[in-house]
Design a protein around this ligand. Structure first.
Ligand code: SAM
Length: 350
């Protein structure tokens, strides 16, 4: 990656509060802070470091090669579904970022820890035009998507990626973050308390850590859909809870934790500054994109939980997934998207 031709945006970056320039980790000690135009672009350096990291490990990512962590997911295999979900949820993220923006004014460096395909990271780049954004994830194929999205969106010049296992991979950061966002990624790390402490350590003084965890299970269909046993989604939620518990128990270094996120943020040495839930409410009739996401979600649900469902629920799901069935998801008019996403934010004391 080359230093971008237009300097104006980069000048905006060097006009940010001094902590962006001087609170380094020591890795950037060779940088000349006064030579603005020669100052290496952090995303360039981060990409280089990410490549080094891959080289040291012999392959880019466990996920990318279809391996999983314990009972965890093969993320690259569901990249499209992840992207579709994040795009459908984009209004929620936009509101969450607006809320964070009241606390994090003019961030210089934003890190999206467990970024997946980078939908939210790119939204961050849009929301905070003076910021550099780093998407960090264990899955290189997902990061490839993130970089492609950043390029399509015209923000590639201030967008970098770090491939590797969280939270250790954040050691690749050359600068402390003003905003570190971890959306539904923390719960995939074995020791969540230790991970939060490690995230907190990557923050600049006064920087914000925001985690999206919890909320409510999504609803896409009425309780009674006119065939099968009513309450299908509630039973799928119960199956998902079991799977989630198994997934957590099988993670490397798994530590059971009471999911009191504000208390955990406080234990990480941060000051909890607020918790808010954001509603995603797309009533029927839904746009095609949302419908396609619901079809994708239920298809995956059938794959994952098919063997623990009873025969009636399996038959109901099969009908829902049949594109020719008038009662199926592709054609029925009453599909909707309703979900609640909870964000907890906390600040590193100055
Ligand atoms: C549920 S997805 C969330 C993606 C995105 N943050 C969102 O909210 O749409 C979890 C992400 O965390 C990443 N992840 C899981 N375990 C990880 C680990 N140990 N190190 C780095 N990334 C990990 C996965 O690759 C995946 O992209």
């Amino acid at each position: 990656m080359r230093w971008p031709a237009g300097y104006r945006r980069d000048l905006a970056v060097v006009c940010l509060p001094y902590r962006h320039l001087f609170c380094g980790t020591g890795k950037e000690s060779g940088i000349s802070f006064c030579a603005v135009a020669l100052w290496p672009h952090p995303s360039e350096r981060l990409s280089d470091m990410a490549h080094d990291h891959q080289a040291h490990h012999g392959h880019s990512t466990q996920h990318g090669h279809g391996h999983t962590h314990g009972g965890d997911v093969d993320w690259a295999a569901i990249a499209e579904l992840m992207e579709a979900e994040a795009e459908v949820c984009a209004p929620v993220y936009a509101r969450a970022l607006a809320w964070l923006g009241k606390e994090v004014t003019e961030p210089g460096l934003i890190v999206d820890a467990g970024s997946g395909p980078g939908v939210i990271a790119c939204l961050m780049a849009d929301t905070f035009p003076g910021a550099r954004v780093v998407a960090a994830d264990a899955s290189e194929p997902l990061l490839e998507r993130a970089r492609a999205r950043a390029a399509r969106q015209g923000v590639a010049d201030r967008f970098g990626t770090i491939a590797g296992e969280l939270p250790d991979s954040l050691g690749e950061l050359a600068y402390p973050a003003d905003l570190l966002w971890a959306s539904r990624s923390l719960h995939h790390l074995g020791d969540q308390k230790a991970a939060l402490a490690a995230f907190a350590a990557r923050l600049a003084p006064g920087g914000t850590l925001a985690i999206l965890e919890g909320g409510l299970p999504s609803r896409y269909l009425p309780r009674d859909i006119g065939f099968g046993r009513p309450g299908l989604q509630a039973r799928l939620d119960a199956a998902q809870e079991e799977r989630f518990a198994r997934m957590r128990a099988e993670l490397p270094g798994a530590v059971p934790e009471t999911e009191d996120w504000p208390a955990l943020l406080t234990a990480a040495g941060l000051k909890h500054t607020g918790t808010r839930s954001f509603l995603l409410d797309i009533p029927a009739p839904v746009p095609d994109r949302a419908r396609a996401f619901v079809v994708g979600w239920l298809t995956r649900t059938r794959d994952i939980h098919g063997d623990v469902m009873d025969a009636e629920d399996r038959a109901t799901l099969d009908r829902l997934l049949d594109p020719a069935d008038p009662g199926g998801l592709h054609r029925r008019p009453d599909v909707f998207v309703l979900s609640a996403h909870t964000v907890h934010r906390a600040v590193r004391p100055v």
